[in-house]
Design a protein around this ligand. Structure first.
Ligand code: NAD
Length: 493
């Protein structure tokens, strides 16, 4: 029988509620039965977190980092289980989970467990008031509700939990109801390594039920949301009470290739940029901008490399192509491509996947579209699938203009052997992350987030930790000064 998961509320794994059988998008097999929370259960989790936060906020940085380090060791010892569950639940290839998502997540927790960049307070001087001193404290927000999407559930759970815990918050994490398994495993593991009960809670279920209850709960002090731009905007508008929001939203990221780039490397980077996770990554490089002089040779290179990609069962370590995680997403990709083609886009190449893929899985062939136009949805809107749209440019300034001609601003890639140009171009692209001769490489030490409709606030890095705090300024006057006489004299003659 498939495993069962409940909601983690305090020290309990709570099985009270409706059980839902999850099927694998990789091959259609039964994966696990998961108890979905309702609004009442969600409020219970928030109340549990609120109680736990009272003591947790007084913990030292060392206590928090020691526990995070124990979590690193614990996840590491179970990394194969995490990789297997992540792939089974999302349909991403086992190779990706084993070699990328899980090890990266472990290293990301290690960053928060060991960073010296964050301190609970800093000393300042007040230039206006000589002789006084100030202390700026970085106090926790209290209860942080973290709402996550379905595409990288393990990494997402880590990015939500680790900085918030390091900053001294109690967390209620809501993974997507499609892919909650590794987040629920993390909930179990935080308990196993000794995080105090209630500091980490994981409740899963439908967004308009569980997510909505979190956003409306007045005891939630901060909402850390990752998901679509539409949901993020609605959620912020519908929130009750004053809450801090960070929003990590969608993208339509450009990957810009100049003629002087190492074209072999750039072609691999362009394909990695769009086909990792079958394009279901917020920062996927879905708009390829090619300098006109290399268009034909570069496209031919892409075709050759794509020819080598191996379809198959994602649970097989030899397979290169991930499944699409949900039926709904697969339909969205199909509809957008059909509309693009009807409006004049050409399918330059499509990698056949249907023959070797498991019949019970959800797959979409990696596709390259040319002859696309700005007004087509496939060029403008996030497709969140393995579809690369290609456009040409002549000059550097045209490349920058095209890269920025979008409502999104999450990420970008720039490929050139001229590093001076690379930095000049990168500095003019309106995006939260710009890779030079690289794509997708995220570091927990670097802030991540979006310009424009791709979000508000930052996750990861020192900036991401600080987002999970509120400052308290303590003004200390060590002794009576002339200043007091002057200032008090304004009201006390
Ligand atoms: P989504 O917006 O549908 O859902 C995200 C989360 O919000 C889920 O947990 C969902 O249950 C919840 N939710 C849905 N409706 C809600 C409501 N009314 N109230 C409260 N919560 C609600 O997004 P998705 O389809 O799960 O994920 C794909 C999207 O996520 C893409 O747009 C992608 O770009 C984005 N994403 C962004 C980043 C980033 O860091 N910027 C990373 C990964 C994914």
């Amino acid at each position: 029988m498939e495993p069962r998961y409940g909601n983690r509320i305090g020290e309990r794994e709570d099985f009270d509620g409706e059980g839902h059988l999850l099927k694998s998008p990789a091959d259609g097999r039964d994966v696990a039965t998961v108890t979905y929370a309702d609004a009442k259960k969600t409020d219970e989790a928030v109340e549990t977190a609120r109680e736990a936060s009272k003591k947790w906020k007084t913990s030292t940085l060392k206590e928090r980092q020691d526990l995070l380090l124990r979590l690193v060791e614990r996840i590491q010892s179970r990394s194969e289980t995490y990789a297997f569950l992540e792939s089974l639940n999302t349909g991403k290839t086992l190779r990706q989970s084993t070699l990328l998502d899980i090890p990266l997540g472990i290293e990301n927790v290690r960053y928060f467990a060991t960073t010296k960049e964050f301190a609970l307070q800093r000393e300042i001087e007040h230039p206006e008031y000589p002789g006084t001193r100030g202390v700026v404290q970085y106090a926790p927000m209290g209860v942080v509700a973290s709402i996550a999407p379905w595409n990288v559930p393990f990494l997402m759970a880590i990015w939500k939990l680790a900085p918030a815990l390091l900053a001294g918050n109690a967390v209620v994490l809501k993974p997507s109801h499609y892919t909650p398994l590794t987040a629920l495993e993390l909930g179990r593991d935080t308990a196993a390594v000794g995080f105090p009960p209630g500091v980490v809670n994981v409740v899963t279920g439908y967004g308009p039920v569980v997510g909505d209850a979190l956003v409306k709960n007045k005891h939630v002090n901060m909402v850390s949301f990752t998901g679509s731009t539409k949901t993020g905007q609605e959620l912020m508008a519908g929130s009750s009470g004053l809450k801090k929001f960070t929003l990590e939203l969608g993208g339509k990221s450009p990957n810009v290739v100049f003629a002087d780039a190492d074209l072999e490397q750039a072609a691999m980077g362009a394909l990695f940029g769009i086909y990792l996770n079958s394009g279901q990554l917020c920062e996927s490089g879905s708009r390829l901008l090619l300098q006109a002089s290399i268009r034909e040779s570069f496209l031919a290179k892409l075709r050759e490399l794509m020819g080598r990609m191996r379809p198959g069962n994602p649970m097989d370590m030899e397979t290169d192509i991930s499944a699409i995680t949900t039926e709904k997403q697969k339909r969205k990709i199909e509809t957008m491509v059909e509309a693009g083609v009807a409006a004049g886009a050409k399918v330059y190449f499509r990698k056949e996947v249907s023959v070797l893929s498991p019949p019970g899985g959800l797959f979409y062939p990696p596709t390259v579209l040319t002859e696309v136009h700005h007004d087509q949805e496939v060029w403008r809107e996030e497709i969140f699938g393995p579809v690369l749209s290609v456009m040409e440019f002549e000059t550097e300034s045209e490349a920058i203009e095209l890269a920025n001609r979008t409502e999104y601003g999450l990420a970008a890639g720039v490929w050139t052997s001229d590093l001076t140009r690379a930095e000049r171009v990168a500095s003019q692209i309106d995006a939260g992350t710009v890779w030079v001769n690289e794509y997708h490489m995220l570091s927990a030490a670097a802030p991540r987030g979006g310009f424009k409709n791709s979000g508000i606030g930052r996750e990861l890095g020192l900036e991401g930790i600080l987002e999970c705090t509120q400052t308290r300024h303590i003004f200390v006057n060590p002794e009576h000064t002339d200043l007091d006489d002057a200032a008090y004299g304004v009201v006390l003659p």
